[in-house]
Design a protein around this ligand. Structure first.
Ligand code: NAP
Length: 536
């Protein structure tokens, strides 16, 4: 079983034990005491600090990894090595030695004297405890993948005193996770292999799938000891760490940026609710400067990561800037996809089925579904779409397929004309005509009204200027942050019906979920989770 380890920066024994108790209560298996800010190696204070550390380890409610990380490898310790090894001797002979002692490979190999003393500490501790202290030899690179990664790991495996090999480096792309997983799969000794930073999250969450000895999770967001470390609550509640096993299927959202995507929240909760053995992760892919860059990046991710059989990749959401990539000859998408992707010019979903990879566009369902719930039959109903980007095209296509009378208006007229020209039953109109036409529904697909967007306080559809507004008119905003945009607020004040962007988000996510699992999506759960998150 892969252990969940909470690192604790030791400042006082009291705070350390309180944090360790909290880590235990939250579900951690082991804690790492990072003593490098507490123990500075100066002779005047070393003795009392070492005594406090020995006592704190003895009182800890969970097994302990003792680490006094040197500055070269991201720690705070820059005192003499003699003092550091004296600390190790104290803890090894202290009556209740730690379960693991972490020492950097670089320091261990630099000095024969240091190495010999560390080995003595470990073998001494072996005699004291029933379960001996085990030596972790570790290597960290906070900048990049070290060029001599293989040499480092071979040196750890070759060292008889090394019980556990630990490699951590800043992942440069999702591809680096595959190398870390390969390392775990072929490991002759218990191994910890983790990617730091946004691209490395996958290696942290999927450590149980590939047999990692442990993974780290911070107690609180501000207590992370390495970039990209998720919190223990995220690991256990969001990613369902305990349910991840060798055959667990892997899903994710491919895009840039994806760190704040709500898709992991809903899909992981959905997998739990229907008993689907899957985990859904943010999968950041750098888009680059141009469309060609984005395609190259997407292709490399598909080929180097998603098609790696051992990952058990089973599907993905595709978001900006990659929605047009899967169609552009990128990836093994030979199978037809009900024509919607080709017509929409974009795919937001990859499905990996037993008979191959497929694409889908569930943005259509995200718009048509909620609108049908509100209006009933859409055939013959006049709907005005404001905006002419990807969401507008999906809306126009979905509504025209329902037989609605679709009219589209946009700031850049050529874009709305292009949509109207390519989808039958769609007409482009001026914004003046949009104000006077007798529409049953108005849909905003621009970012106007969006938090952090170009005009957060503005109304995307000028409700007060519309000639025909009644209690039966529906105002649908695709923007979901905030949930109630200025346009929806005004519509509600006028007594009109409203549909917010959360409904669209939930409906397109539910359609994806059903394609992946073959089971009905827990739509109410999706809706509640998103509203709680945005509302909170
Ligand atoms: P997009 O392709 O970039 O299109 C944006 C459209 O908005 C373009 O037609 C653009 O006009 C117009 N626009 C942008 N700023 C404007 C401004 N200041 N005034 C007037 N028009 C403006 O974006 P998209 O992918 O279609 O997404 C659009 C919106 O849909 C996003 O804001 C997002 O919140 C929402 N969305 C929601 C969901 C959901 O699940 N709820 C899913 C997808 C998208 P020009 O053509 O003149 O540039």
């Amino acid at each position: 079983m892969t252990m969940l380890c909470v690192p604790i920066a030791v400042r006082t024994p009291e705070q350390t034990l309180a944090d360790a108790a909290e880590a235990k209560a939250l579900g951690a298996d082991i804690v790492e005491f990072r003593v490098d800010e507490f123990f500075n190696g100066e002779s005047a204070s070393s003795e009392s600090e070492a005594t406090a550390i020995v006592r704190t380890i003895a009182d800890a409610p969970l097994p302990v990894i003792l680490t006094c990380r040197i500055a070269d490898e991201g720690g705070a310790y820059d005192g003499p090595e003699d003092a550091r090894v004296s600390l190790f001797e104290r803890v090894a002979t202290g009556g209740s030695p730690p379960a693991y002692l972490d020492v950097e490979l670089a320091a261990y190999t630099r000095s024969a004297n240091f190495r010999q003393k560390v080995n003595l500490c470990v073998s001494h501790a072996k005699q004291v405890r029933d379960v001996p202290t085990r030596l972790i030899l570790s290597s960290h690179d906070f900048q990049t993948r070290p060029a001599d990664l293989s040499r480092r790991i071979m040196a750890m495996y070759a060292e008889p005193a090394c019980a556990v090999a630990k490699i951590a480096f800043r992942a440069r792309s999702l591809r680096d996770n595959v190398e870390l997983f390969e390392l775990l799969r072929g490991a002759p000794k218990p191994t910890i292999a983790l990617g730091m930073g946004e691209f490395g999250l996958m290696s942290r969450v999927l450590a149980p799938k590939f047999g990692g000895l442990l993974t780290f999770a911070s107690l609180r967001r501000d207590a992370a000891t390495a970039p990209g470390q998720a919190t223990i609550r995220e690991m256990l509640d969001l990613y369902r760490f305990r349910s991840i096993q060798a055959n667990t299927k892997v899903y994710g959202v491919l895009g840039w940026p994806v760190a704040h995507s709500m898709s992991p929240l809903v899909h992981n909760a959905g997998f739990e609710a229907v008993g689907h053995d899957g985990v859904y992760l943010p999968m950041p892919v750098a888009g680059g400067e141009s469309e060609d860059d984005a395609r190259a990046s997407f292709k490399a991710t598909v080929e180097g990561v998603l098609r790696w059989a051992a990952l058990d990749f089973a599907g993905a959401s595709v978001t900006i800037p990659f929605k047009s990539c899967p169609r552009a000859g990128v990836g093994p998408f030979a199978r037809d996809n009900d024509g919607l992707v080709a017509a929409a010019g974009a795919a937001n979903t990859i499905v990996v089925a037993a008979d191959g990879w497929r694409l889908a566009n569930t943005d259509l369902a995200g718009i048509v579904g909620p609108l049908r719930e509100s209006l009933g039959e859409l055939a013959g109903q006049t709907v005005v779409i404001w905006g002419a980007g990807g969401a507008a095209r999906a809306a126009a296509l979905g509504l025209s397929r329902e037989g609605a009378d679709v009219r589209i208006t946009n700031r850049t007229v050529s874009r709305s004309e292009a949509i109207a020209a390519s989808i039958s039953g769609v007409r482009t109109i001026t914004s003046e005509d949009a104000r006077t036409c007798r529409a049953r529904a108005h849909i905003n697909t621009t970012p106007i009204g969006m938090h952090g967007g170009p005009a957060p306080e503005a109304m995307a559809v000028p409700i007060d200027e519309l000639a025909h507004v009644s209690a039966e008119t529906v105002f649908f905003d695709t923007v979901y942050n905030p949930i109630e945009t200025p346009m929806l607020k005004a519509a509600r004040a006028r007594g009109c019906r409203t549909i917010d962007g959360v409904r669209m988000f939930g409906a397109q996510a539910a359609a994806q979920f059903e394609l992946w699992t073959g089971k009905p999506a827990p739509k109410q759960l999706f809706d509640r989770l998103v509203r709680e998150t945005l509302g909170g």
